[in-house]
Design a protein around this ligand. Structure first.
Ligand code: ATP
Ligand code: MG
Length: 365
């Protein structure tokens, strides 16, 4: 990209709690990468989608929020939620879930990579430790349909005959588009390996349909190695041999579970990033850390900003700046390396501040 290209327009929503502390570090590193690679950025800050905004306005978003951020190239998001003042279902439903639905962010992407300097919670079967980078997978979760439909209801409520039903919805368009994304992603990676998770032995209509669509699409990807597991055994494999997975794709519910488990296999929540993608870029995609607003440490300036910084890197990659993404990742790895002498936040065993760590990554770029 040349500096004269029209700037990437980024909507910045820091949200609540440590979102306010880690987003500035994400922007610091974004700025460093943009300078180094000549990427023109336009950052627009918004105060909605936060509990603070809710307390002032009685709602999480202004009526015209879609006009305000719908034309941006991407959204860099911090965290939302402050249960002491606003219940989580109000803050979450009123913000992130609106974005996900209205902007058709049908892919939820979460890298799970073991970084240097992070204590891995798992060991190999032979008792040895995993080396940095040895666990390196991308979890792709279907983000708009599947088990999380609100179709269903309660019958004979309050009686002994009470029955509750909630339907799973899988459409061919909905399944195929997330599978297509996952196959393409697998193809773009050195290992070219795609794992699909279902539960076709127990859930006999929707899950076999998913398997069928995977099978059909695999004809277009003879170069992609493919396997599939039932979700129960796959969770065991994640713990016992996480290094053997590359791209893993699953339905909304199973993807939700795997996308918590994958990053958990790689250590601290303070470093795990995520992306909610509308791959065609008809609407803005949203990039945010996996962690929440962390009320217990908010305001102390000790939150780890790496998850936010890495999320900003995913954003640059998605917007076509792979080399800037790679430079940020290398900077993160350099700073986290045990012998780097760089500052570490308390979750990494140090005493440094959020800004110390953010500055170290930015300087490295
Ligand atoms: P959710 O957003 O799913 O509601 P939560 O509010 O339950 O998540 P988090 O806010 O992610 O949970 O916090 C969980 C724990 O992880 C807390 O103890 C918090 O302090 C810690 N934590 C979260 N993010 C960070 C971070 N960036 N650096 C250090 N510790 C963190
Ligand atoms: Mg929370």
């Amino acid at each position: 990209a040349s500096p004269s290209a029209s700037p990437l327009r980024i909507a910045v929503l820091a949200g609540d709690g440590i979102g306010q502390e880690v987003v500035p570090e994400g922007l610091r590193v974004l700025d460093a990468a943009a300078r180094r690679f000549g990427i023109a950025l336009q950052l627009d800050h918004f105060d909605f989608a936060s509990c603070d905004y809710y307390l002032r306005h009685g709602e999480m978003l202004p009526a015209n929020w879609k006009e305000q951020i719908g034309g941006h190239d991407a959204i860099l998001f911090g965290a939302v939620g402050w249960p002491q003042t606003v219940p989580d279902h109000v803050s979450l439903w009123g913000s992130l879930l609106q974005f996900r639905r209205e902007f058709d962010q049908y892919v939820n992407l979460r890298p799970a990579k073991l970084m240097p300097g992070v204590h891995a919670p798992l060991i190999k079967r032979d008792g040895s430790a995993y080396a940095p980078g040895e666990i390196d997978m991308l979890i792709v979760r279907e983000n708009t349909e599947g088990e999380y439909s609100s179709i269903g209801g309660r019958m004979f409520a309050g009686t002994e005959r009470e029955v509750v039903i909630q339907e799973t919805v899988m459409s061919r368009i909905g399944v195929d588009r997330v599978l297509r994304y996952a196959f393409e992603l697998a193809r773009s990676r050195p290992r070219k390996h795609l794992t699909s998770a279902t539960k076709s032995n127990g859930i006999s209509i929707t899950m076999p349909y998913w398997d069928e669509r995977v099978q059909a699409m695999s004809a277009d990807y003879p170069d992609v190695m493919r396997d599939q597991f039932h979700i129960d055994i796959l969770t065991a494999h994640f713990v016992q041999r996480p290094h053997t997975f590359d791209v893993v794709v699953a339905s909304n519910l199973f993807g939700d579970i795997l996308s918590d488990l994958g990053p958990a296999c790689c250590g601290t929540i303070g470093i795990a990033p995520s992306a909610n993608l509308n791959p065609e870029r008809r609407f803005p995609s949203l990039f945010e850390p996996v962690h929440g607003s962390a009320p217990d440490i908010a305001g102390k300036g000790i939150a780890n900003p790496i998850a936010q910084i890495w999320s900003a890197a995913l954003m640059l990659d998605f917007l076509g700046h792979r080399e800037a993404h790679d430079a940020i990742l290398r900077a993160i790895e350099t700073v986290l390396a045990p012998k780097s002498g760089a500052p570490r936040t308390p979750d990494l065993g140090g005493t440094a501040t959020t800004a110390d760590l953010g500055r170290a990554v930015a300087e490295c770029i």
